[in-house]
Design a protein around this ligand. Sequence first.
Ligand code: AMP
Length: 428
Amino acid sequence: MSITFDSLALGEPLQRALRDRDYTTPSPIQEATIPLVLDGHDVMGCAQTGTGKTAAFALPILEHLTQNPRERVRKAPRVLVIAPTRELAAQIGQSFTDYGKHLPFDSAVVFGGVGKNPQIRAMSRGPEVLVATPGRLLDLMNQGHINLRHLEVFVIDEADRMLDMGFIHDVRKIIRELPEQRQSLFFSATMPRSIIDLSRTILKNPQHVEVTPPATTVEKIDQRLCHVAKSQKRELLDHLLSQRENGLTLVFSGTKHGANRIVEQLSKAGLSAAAIHGNKSQGARERALGDFRSGRIRILVATDIAARGIDVKGIDLVVNYDLPKEPDSYVHRIGRTARAGAEGRAVSFCDELSHSLLQGIERCIRGEIPVDRDHPYHQEPTTAMRNAKAQPQGGNRGGGGRNSRNGGGARRSRPQGRRGAPSRGRAA
Ligand code: AMP
């Protein structure tokens, strides 16, 4: 029997906000994390986006603020959440607004790529909650617009992606500014050694919560591999997409320029698409995402970093136009489809130069992706291609043991030794 939100010690205004959203049952990460956070523990959570982890920290944090009223202090938030991308920061900020809609608290979101003045004005009002990407946060801290002296709760979300994106120095600088006395919550989808080391500099006697990545979700995805010459990937993509009438497609490109080129080429073929990557202005990214969400455009071409945290229901096809350089990203990418229990398809293109990447991915998922030989651009790989020397892969460098899940699952490194709550699966 699963528990309901009513049995968690969350006040009426939060319960009402949950009812407004038709949430009745906490997800496993929420069930495990909310009581720990309410009890004041530090938490190390191993969970992906899509498991309900935002509410797992936002709800008990809002409850903490309610139970411990305090005067607002200009520029000095009581809660800081750092996240690797603007999109994720914006989504988290929105969650605090939604869950806290019957409470008197204010939140602000700061990230780069947009003007600072509105963010500076927002901070001067003294919001209780600040959600930020690391670079802009430091910038505003250095200019005296934000101080963290009164911080009570610190959250780091998608810590693994934060390190992958090279934010480690910024994160360390932020940590140095935090008061010693605080509660810290740390979330990451994977737990390589570098993440465990970082968590140790932040957390005190943490409780560990682990949620198996939505295994059922990944298993539900119909995964296919297309061997194709690099020079024919465009044609293959046109072929694949022009056969589709409905549904949303997310295409992954290895580079920003590549993403732009794919969009141009698709529009020449009469297919309207938009690109989303780090070189696009915030406005352009939000527009593209909004158009995609509403179904006005049915194809979004993204780089890994820009796609992180995108939670769009209705994506039923993910295309890996370029295979990811990090095997873990394969699971993150294909997990963008088959959300909320729906079924999805993931098609990956492997060209003559990408076999070492394919090997890394198949090692990671501990299985072979079934090959589709029926498309018109199939190119059977030669033995020389197949034997291409595997490149060293990023991702879970030096992490603990692997934990494979049946078939198309993800692997995960675990913190060595301690673990708190048992792993629990959830079809997100
Ligand atoms: P997250 O992992 O925080 O990005 O959440 C993934 C999605 O699940 C979001 O669209 C949330 O709004 C939704 N969600 C979170 N918690 C629940 C819940 N307990 N019941 C139903 N939906 C939820």
